[in-house]
Design a protein around this ligand. Structure first.
Ligand code: IVH
Length: 706
């Protein structure tokens, strides 16, 4: 069809064409996002969008409700649908030595109030490094499967998982009505090598075709290790590709379930086998913690001979009732731990020390080294922590250094090989000024970290804060990665978090950036729009206040419930002796240093202005009462004092939190209950003075269990 110049269109033709364009563009969106099978090139797509916009500019009265230009914020499938886990998928804390493992056991004993002679039985399971997944079964049928994602929500990869031969489609009865099974999808070493060789060959062939001038689709990924290979295979948009990949599945845990299928973890593993899952045959019940060290050594020795890579052993407390009582702290269970094999080491040359400026102004030195292979991973950078660390180890540019890489942590420099030090080398002089803005960089009192004093004027701090703001655990704005933030900042479009939410007014400017097509801009603006409503804890964490990590952000959100209440509380806490300051100080887990940081942050008018500016764009969701809504403790503020007989204080406080209570350290007018154990002191007296309700331990337990 011949296109009529926009100027020559009459109103009727324009209306007809706009309707056609809306339909046409929506169809291409679907092909692109949903099926990953676009029919037209990006340039042709952009031309359609531009035509739509030009017509709308001339006939604004004809802009349709379903116009592509208004579709910012519409939920377009981004490849995979999101899938919320029935129970969060967590990670594990690591230990590296018998001492650390023994400390882990001690913490369990202390929490549960167990004596030394009570044996802790564990199940040891080889820790395979693959991709963890969550599988939902209802009435014995496989319903859906998802990746871990951010722990609360993953990607629905059901179709891909169905291509894995060892995934049971239905469970052998009897089974719980509804149960989530967790396990690891992985590739064996030999399969990985074969797969990688095939990918390399395919990439060569593709290169030849490209050189011959052929137009090609997606490039071919050559995975660096079995983990990446497994993850990439499961996350294919076309399940037929996944089907060609040699994937295996081993099951090892449970998420939400309508009933508990076993009383011990080893019995649960037997159930998994009976239902039809593959369970690692090397998993073993260990009668007491004393056998763990021998098991660890045995697995370490046998590691090289296994068909798959393992990076340690997971130890899980066998008794599930104890697991329940122990619960979780942060993102990891108190009842399980990953005991990692010793870190891999290597020797290489230190080429340079770069200074990075973090969002709180911390100057962090980073080692740039000659690339070296450390246990299968090529390492170029390592952390040097801080100025003191460099001085203590006397690390100099040009030195030969030993470095170590343990698990997925950033590699560390252990020390210098002095025999190889060049004669002319000089001790490293740590910069006294911020490399980004030139402001003085100072060390405050005891602080080992040198910080830039440029504050809000330092561009490095600002961009780091913005990066933190959009990062996955914070506001989670997809498509606003490192590079894009830098581009937007350099162009002067985004200087503060609130600016991100005003980007939609800058479409024209964005369209002028190199490589920023209509589609990319549309997707980005959609991702931003989708984040105008977020959980309060994410919002607080995203602000990037020093010492306010995810855990503390959660505590604050749970305590204050709404942005308004938190803001008011923080401002009022500025006054020494105020009720608000006392309230802040009484929040369990918020120590004086953290409280100080918050008060300081809110005392800075520019911070407050930036916060209010942002609050005009974003609506953080007030926190609903956590835990069992019908518990008498839901939403109540509680204090525990004195010695409890039937459970430890740790356990009592954790239980209260599970029931939706806020546990605080000191008694005030706002306290709802004080649980008074034996030998209670001043807190019990204060409760009586203020007329706060007190409970005996027996009363507390009875109400908690009701
Ligand atoms: S249990 C609450 N068991 O390790 C229990 N995890 O760092 C959490 N993993 O994301 C997981 N083998 O990908 C568990 N036998 C095993 C495991 C295992 C490997 C991975 C898994 C998880 C990560 C936790």
């Amino acid at each position: 069809m011949k296109t009529i110049p926009v100027e020559a269109l009459n109103e009727l033709d324009a209306a007809i064409e706009l309707a056609a364009l809306a339909r046409e563009i929506a169809r291409h969106d679907k092909l692109y996002h949903g099926k990953d099978q676009p029919e037209i090139s990006d340039a042709d797509y952009d031309a359609l969008v531009a035509r739509n916009r030009a017509i709308e500019a001339r006939f604004p009265q004809l802009i349709r409700a379903d116009s592509p230009s208004r579709r910012v914020g519409a939920a377009v499938a981004e490849g995979f649908a999101k899938s919320r886990h029935g129970e969060p998928m967590l990670s594990l804390d690591n230990v590296f030595s018998p001492e650390e493992f023994s400390d882990f056991c001690k913490r369990i004993r202390r929490f549960l109030g167990l004596s030394e002679d009570e044996a802790l039985a564990f199940v040891g399971e080889p820790k395979i490094d693959g991709l963890s997944i969550n599988l939902l079964y209802e009435n014995g049928l496989f319903i859906k499967g998802a990746t871990r994602g951010d722990g609360a929500e993953g990607e629905d990869v059901t179709a891909n998982l169905l291509t894995i031969p060892s995934l049971p489609r239905n469970l052998a009865p009897p089974f719980p009505e509804r149960i989530e099974i967790r396990g690891e999808v992985f590739m064996e070493k030999a399969d990985f090598l074969g797969f990688r060789a095939a990918q390399e060959k395919a990439a060569e062939a593709r290169e030849a075709r490209r050189a011959a001038g052929e137009k090609l689709g997606d490039s071919i990924v050559i995975p660096a290790n079995p983990r990446n290979a497994a993850a990439g295979s499961v996350r294919q948009l076309d399940a037929r590709i996944t089907a060609t990949r040699p994937l295996k599945l081993l099951a090892y845990a449970m998420g939400a379930a309508s009933e508990t299928p076993a009383e011990t973890h080893h019995a649960f593993l037997d159930e998994l086998r009976r239902w039809g899952f593959a369970v690692n045959p090397l998993s073993r019940r260990l009668d007491s913690e004393d056998v763990a060290e021998a098991f660890q050594a045995e697995m370490g020795a046998g590691r090289a001979g296994l068909a798959y890579d393992i990076d340690g052993v997971v130890y899980k407390l066998d008794r599930i009732d104890w697991q329940r009582r122990l619960g979780f702290v942060g993102r990891a269970p108190r009842w399980a731990v990953a005991w990692k094999f010793p870190a891999e080491q290597a020797v290489t040359k230190l080429l340079d020390i770069e200074i990075q400026v973090g969002r709180t102004g911390a100057l962090t030195p980073r080692a740039v080294m000659e690339p070296v292979n450390v246990g299968g991973v090529v390492v170029r950078h390592a952390t040097l922590h801080n100025e003191e660390e460099i001085a203590r180890k006397d690390v100099r540019i040009g030195d030969t250094v030993t470095l170590q890489r343990a698990g997925d942590v950033i590699p560390q420099i252990l020390g210098v090989v002095l025999e190889k030090r060049p004669a002319e080398s000089q001790p490293y002089a740590f910069p006294q000024a911020c490399p980004a803005c030139g402001s003085h960089a100072i060390r405050d009192g005891e602080d080992v970290v040198r910080r830039c004093t440029g504050g809000l004027t330092c561009p490095a701090q600002t961009t780091e804060r913005l990066r933190h703001f959009v990062s996955r655990r914070a506001m989670d704005i997809e498509g606003l990665g490192e590079e894009n933030i830098q581009t937007l900042f350099d162009a002067g479009l985004v200087k503060s978090p609130a600016d991100i939410f005003r980007l939609h007014q800058k479409r024209e400017i964005l369209a002028g950036f190199e490589g920023w097509g209509e589609r990319k801009i549309g997707k980005l603006l959609e991702a931003i729009e989708a984040r105008r409503i977020v959980a309060l804890e994410r919002f607080i964490f995203a602000l990037g206040i020093r010492r306010i990590g995810e855990q503390n952000a959660k505590l604050l959100a749970r305590h204050y419930h709404s942005l308004e209440a938190w803001r008011a509380g923080m401002i009022a806490a500025h006054i020494i002796g105020s009720e608000a300051r006392e309230e802040l100080g009484s929040i369990q887990g918020i120590g004086p240093a953290i409280a100080e940081e918050l008060i300081e942050f809110f005392a800075e008018p520019r911070n407050l202005a930036a916060l209010d500016d942002l609050a005009a764009e974003v609506a953080p969701l007030p926190v609903e009462e956590a835990g069992a809504a019908d518990s008498p403790f839901a939403g109540k503020t509680m204090v525990f004092t004195g010695t409890l007989e039937q459970m430890t204080r740790d356990e009592a406080e954790a239980l209260a939190e599970r029931l939706g209570a806020k546990v605080t350290k000191s008694v005030s007018k706002k306290t709802d209950f004080v649980v008074v154990g034996a030998d209670a002191g001043s807190k019990a007296t204060k409760a009586a003075e203020l007329g706060v309700k007190t409970l005996s331990e027996a009363e507390w337990i009875e109400l908690a269990r009701s």
